[in-house]
Write a protein that binds this ligand. Sequence first.
Ligand SMILES: Nc1ncnc2c1ncn2[C@@H]1O[C@H](COP(=O)(O)OP(=O)(O)OP(=O)(O)O)[C@@H](O)[C@H]1O
Length: 220
Amino acid sequence: MSDISIQARGLKKSYKIGADDFEVLHGIDMEIRSGEFVSIMGQSGSGKTTLMNLIGMLDKPSSGSIVINGIDVTGRSQKELVEHRRRTVGFVFQQFHLIPSLTAYENVALPLVFAGEKEHRKIVEALERVDLSHRHDHKPSELSGGEQQRVAIARALVMRPDVLLADEPTGALDKETGEMIISLLKSLKDEMTVVMVTHNHDLAAMSDRIISLQDGKIKE
Ligand SMILES: Nc1ncnc2c1ncn2[C@@H]1O[C@H](COP(=O)(O)OP(=O)(O)OP(=O)(O)O)[C@@H](O)[C@H]1O
C-alpha cells in the first residue's frame, strides 16, 4: 500500500442531459491516507455517490485527476480499470445485494469464483473476520439484516481490497445494528482504507475524519 490511498486534484464530473452538460462535481481536491476511515457527508444531490463512483473506478472524471493506490485512473482503458478495480476496491451497499438463492459461504465465494481463484481458506477467513463462522450454510432470508450486511462485508473483504467503499451501509438497519456495522468497519482500518457515505452524524463521528460535500465542492 502507498501512504496516500486516494488523491483527487481538480476533480470534475459532468453529466450530459440532451445537448447540455451539467457539472455535478466542481473541482474536488482531497487526500485520504492508507488505513484511514473517512466519512463523506452532504445533502441529497451534493455529489456523494458521484464521488464514490469515481473513487471506485465505476466512472471516469470529466477533468482533473484521481489516483487510487498509486494508479492514475484518468486515461486508463476500460479493461485496465476493471482489473485495477477488482484488485483494489471492495464495495458494500445499503441493500446488501446478496444473491438470495446462495448461502453465506457461496455469496462470499462469488468474487473469487469470478476471478478464477476460489480458495476455501480465504472464504472461511472472511466469514470469520465478520464473526459469522456459524452461519456458512444460511441463505440471506435466514439471516438478520445485520448478519446479511456482515456477509456483504465478508464478500468485499475476500479479495483483500486496499480500499473499502461503503455507500450508506447502515441505511437499512436499526441504530444498534448500524453501530455494530460501523464498529466492524472501524476495526478494518489500518488494514485498508475505508470510505463511507452516511447521513448519520453520530455514525460519521465514529470515523477518523468527515469530508463534507456541498453543491459538488468540499466544504471547508
Ligand atoms: N447519471 C446521471 N445523469 C445525470 N445526472 C446525474 C446522474 N447521476 C447523478 N446525477 C445528478 O448529480 C447530482 C448529484 O448526484 P449524487 O447521486 O452524486 O448525489 P448524492 O449526494 O449521492 O445524493 P443522495 O444523498 O440523494 O444519494 C444530482 O443532482 C443528480 O441528479
